[in-house]
Write a protein that binds this ligand. Structure first.
Ligand SMILES: [Ca+2]
Ligand SMILES: [Ca+2]
Ligand SMILES: [Ca+2]
Ligand SMILES: [Ca+2]
Length: 440
C-alpha cells in the first residue's frame, strides 16, 4: 500500500486538519527546535486499509512488529522497529526548523527524521519515503546439533556425526566443547576432524568416551549470517549391541567481536548392532506328495544377530510365501524347491537361500501283491519300476497291464506317476511307452 503525502497535505495536517497534538517539537543538543509529525502517525496512513479515520494507526500491528524504513533522496536509509515508535514523540518527521519551513536549498529538505531517540547515524536528512515491511522471519535461535541425530553402526565399524551450528548471526570466532558417548560399553569416539576454516584446533586423547574439542576461526572465514556451519566431524565406533546418548556439553563459543554464543543443544544417539545372518532349517527336506497328498514342512528360523530379527519373509519355491518366524509350507507337486528367508530388524536385513532344499517325489503305493513301492528309475517323477524291485523288467510291464484300472482308481496317488504320455488318462499308449522303456 502506498500513500503519497503531499507537501500541502503535510503542512495542512500539521496546521489544521488534525489535532494539535500531532504537531510535535524536538529540541536537539544544539538548541535547534524541529517541528513535524510523529513517525507513528505517518505509519497510520499505510499500516492497514484505514488511512484517514482517527483510528487509522493500527497499534496492534505495531505491537506485533514491522520494520519502518526511512529512506533519503540519496538512498540512505535507517530501519526502526515499529514497537519502538508506538505513539512515541521521540521519532519525528520534521518539516520545519526554528519555526521556519525547511528550505528547498537546505540539506534536510523536504523532511528530516529527528527526535530524542534519533541519534548519530539514525538521523535521516532529505526524507523521501517511509516504508513499512514485515519483519523477515526471525532467524532460528542458534542451535548446535549432532547430525544425524541418530546413527546406527555395525559392531566394529565407524559412523560419523557432523556438529552443525544452524545459524551464526554474529559469526564465529572459536569454540571449545565436550562430546560424550554416555555408555562406554556401546562404543568409543575414535576420531575428530575439523572443516577447512578451522585453525588452532585441538582434540583431547582418543579413543575415548568423552572428548574435548576446540577450533578457532583464525582467518575470519565464518562471518555474520553464516548458517548450517559444520564446526567438527566426530567419528564413533560401535563396540557392543545397544544404544547410548551422545551429548554435547561444556560449550564455550564466541561470536566475531567476542560476545558469547549460547546455542541450544540437540544431542544424538548411537545404536550399535551385530549384523543379522539369516539361516533356517526344516523338519524334513525330502518327502512325497501328490495332487491330493500334501507334504507339509515345518521351517524353523535360525537367524542370528543382535538385536534379533523382528520380521521374516519366506519364499518356499512354490510361489507361496509367509511372514511368520517359523512357518509351515505345503508341497503338492513333485519337484526340487529352493527356499529363501530374509530376516530383518530396524537396523538391517539378511537373506539366506537354499537351492533345491526341499525335494518332493511322487506319492505312490505298492501295487497289489507287492510290498515295495514303485520307483522312478530316471528322475522324471514317472514310475517305471512298477514292482519296486529296483530295476526295469518285463514284470513291470505285466503288472502295469494287469492293474490299469487300479492305477486309475487311486484317488490319493492320482495318475500322474504312471501317465507316461502326459495326456491325463491311463491308456494303452502309456503301456506301450513303458514296454519300450523296459526294452531299453
Ligand atoms: Ca569469524
Ligand atoms: Ca521315471
Ligand atoms: Ca522292476
Ligand atoms: Ca496317458
Amino acid at each position: 500500500m502506498n500513500y503519497t503525502v503531499s507537501k500541502v497535505y503535510f503542512e495542512q495536517a500539521l496546521a489544521c486538519q488534525f489535532d494539535s497534538n500531532h504537531e510535535v517539537n524536538y529540541t536537539d543538543s544544539s538548541s535547534r527546535v524541529w517541528t513535524g509529525m510523529p513517525l507513528w502517525f505517518l505509519c497510520g496512513f499505510v499500516d492497514d486499509a484505514d488511512q484517514h479515520s482517527s483510528n487509522s494507526y493500527n497499534e496492534t500491528k505495531a505491537q506485533a512488529g514491522y520494520n519502518v524504513t526511512i529512506t533519503a533522496t540519496d538512498g540512505y536509509s535507517v530501519i526502526i522497529n515499529s514497537r519502538n515508535t508506538i505513539r512515541s514523540n521521540n521519532y519525528i518527521i520534521a518539516n520545519s526548523l526554528n519555526g521556519t519551513l525547511l528550505a528547498e536549498t537546505g540539506d534536510s529538505w523536504p523532511l528530516r527524521l529527528v527526535g530524542q531517540n534519533v541519534t548519530g547515524g539514525k538521523v535521516v536528512k532529505k526524507v523521501a519515503s517511509i516504508t513499512l515491511t514485515p519483519i523477515s522471519t526471525q532467524p532460528s535461535s542458534p542451535t548446535l546439533s549432532l547430525v544425524p541425530v541418530s546413527n546406527n553402526v555395525p559392531i566394529g565399524q565407524n559412523s560419523q556425526y557432523q556438529l552443525v551450528m544452524n545459524s551464526l548471526p554474529n559469526g564465529l570466532s572459536g569454540y571449545d566443547l565436550v562430546i560424550t558417548l554416555a555408555d562406554s560399553n556401546i562404543g568409543k569416539i575414535v576420531n575428530v576432524t575439523y572443516p577447512a576454516w578451522a585453525g588452532l584446533y585441538n582434540t583431547s586423547t582418543l579413543p575415548a568416551n568423552s572428548v574435548k574439542i576446540s577450533a578457532v576461526d583464525v582467518n575470519y572465514l565464518i562471518q555474520s549470517g553464516s548458517s548450517n556451519t559444520v564446526i567438527a566431524l566426530v567419528t564413533v565406533r560401535g563396540d557392543a549391541p545397544g544404544s547410548s546418548p551422545i551429548t554435547i556439553s561444556s560449550v564455550h563459543m564466541d561470536a566475531d567481536g567476542g560476545n558469547a554464543i549460547n546455542p541450544a543443544i540437540v544431542n544424538g544417539q548411537l545404536s550399535a548392532y551385530s549384523p543379522l545372518n539369516a539361516n533356517f532349517t526344516a523338519d524334513r527336506t525330502i518327502g512325497t506328495a501328490s495332487a491330493n497328498v500334501t507334504m507339509n514342512v515345518n521351517f524353523t528360523d535360525l537367524s542370528t544377530g543382535n538385536p534379533m530379527p523382528t520380521a521374516w519373509q519366506w519364499a518356499f519355491g512354490t510361489g507361496s510365501t509367509s511372514t511368520l518366524q517359523n512357518p509351515v509350507a505345503s508341497y503338492h507337486t513333485p519337484g526340487n524347491y529352493t527356499v529363501s528367508l530374509t530376516a530383518s530388524n530396524i537396523f538391517n536385513q539378511a537373506t539366506m537361500a537354499k537351492a533345491h532344499y526341499i525335494i518332493v517325489t511322487p506319492f505312490v503305493k505298492p501295487f497289489p501283491g507287492y510290498t515295495n513301492l514303485p520307483t522312478d528309475t530316471n528322475g522324471d517323477y514317472l514310475m517305471e519300476d512298477i514292482n519296486g524291485n529296483g530295476r526295469l523288467d518285463y514284470d513291470d510291464v505285466v503288472v502295469y497291464y494287469q492293474n490299469m484300472d487300479w492305477i486309475s482308481a487311486q484317488y490319493d496317488v492320482g495318475i500322474s506317476p504312471y501317465d507316461y504320455n502326459h495326456n491325463g488318462r491311463i491308456d494303452y499308449d502309456d503301456l506301450v511307452l513303458l514296454y519300450w522303456i523296459v526294452l531299453g
